[in-house]
Design a binder for this molecule. Sequence first.
Ligand SMILES: Nc1ncnc2c1ncn2[C@@H]1O[C@H](COP(=O)(O)OP(=O)(O)OP(=O)(O)O)[C@@H](O)[C@H]1O
Ligand code: SF4
Ligand SMILES: [Mg+2]
Length: 326
Amino acid sequence: MSEPLLRVEGLTKHFPVRGGWRSPARVRAVDGLDFEVRAGETLGLVGESGCGKTTTGRMLVRLLEPSGGRISFEGRDITHARRAALRPLRQDLQIIFQDPYASLNPRHTVGRIVAMPLQVNGIRPVGGVKQRVAELLELVGLNPEHYNRYPHEFSGGQRQRIGIARALALRPKLIVADEPVSALDVSIQAQVINLLRDLQRELGLGFVFIAHDLAVVRHFCQRVAVMYLGKIVELGDREDIYHRPQHPYTRALLSAIPDIGRLGPTGRIRLRGDVPTPLHPPSGCRFRTRCWKARELCATTEPALVPRDGGRQSTACHFPEEGELG
Ligand SMILES: Nc1ncnc2c1ncn2[C@@H]1O[C@H](COP(=O)(O)OP(=O)(O)OP(=O)(O)O)[C@@H](O)[C@H]1O
Ligand code: SF4
Ligand SMILES: [Mg+2]
């Protein structure tokens, strides 16, 4: 098999915060992730608020320095790459942010915003910057004549399209999309997802698509990684994750999706309590304080993320679920 586009090994981010009198405390936001993304592949990264998705996404595009582990892009270790080494990488790896209101400079025209990556990277497209920007605006379904308008003149969905055009300006190989539709009206979420999916297919883009529920990535991602409190608890192909989830947490997330939840043999699973703080994650399995199957072993021994039945689906659980959903 060829080298993956992106390989992540033991990726960790601990944020030091003011602790007790003895030692500074650490928020273990991301705590040892392993996954790969192949060229043109879409990976969904899913989990509840605070599980470390944004922190992971920002490390992948090197907006945040990892505290441990390794990130390789096309076989090259980029974990701690410095500014000069990052320059070519910036073209290949782009991010679309969650909030289309905060991520666009209100004082810049749309033309300037979309052209910015070209200018910063000293790229002069054939036909000129303006023509390239017009092409990009058209590609994302915006009127190229709106080149001189300002972000406030656009709706939320249109602003996110501007963010997408900006991310596409350098013809990247991989895009990290951090909850790209969660700030939008439900009525336009599907439009933006469909646009991303068409672009992904047309341009053969790799995607790490971050979402907080499994419904959003269901029709977009070929593979899905489910995160809980800084860890991946299950990773597999879409078919397996949605039809044969083995981790109790994946089952709980799926049961919250109306049409899947109704079909499941267990019905709706309502998780007890809140997600514990990543300052003091539970011993052993981090999900054990909310898991209905937890036993002694779960508190003493951390379950490794391992493939089950020699298959491609990996699950970090001592007592995985069996059988199909629905
Ligand atoms: N700079 C920081 N300093 C301290 N803690 C941080 C910092 N950034 C993030 N955290 C903490 O790290 C954890 C993971 O945060 P992150 O933003 O990655 O979560 P998320 O999965 O993206 O959540 P959401 O779905 O709400 O966007 C949270 O507990 C958060 O409070
Ligand atoms: S290891 Fe134990 S606590 Fe963790 S998910 Fe599996 S059964 Fe539940
Ligand atoms: Mg986030």
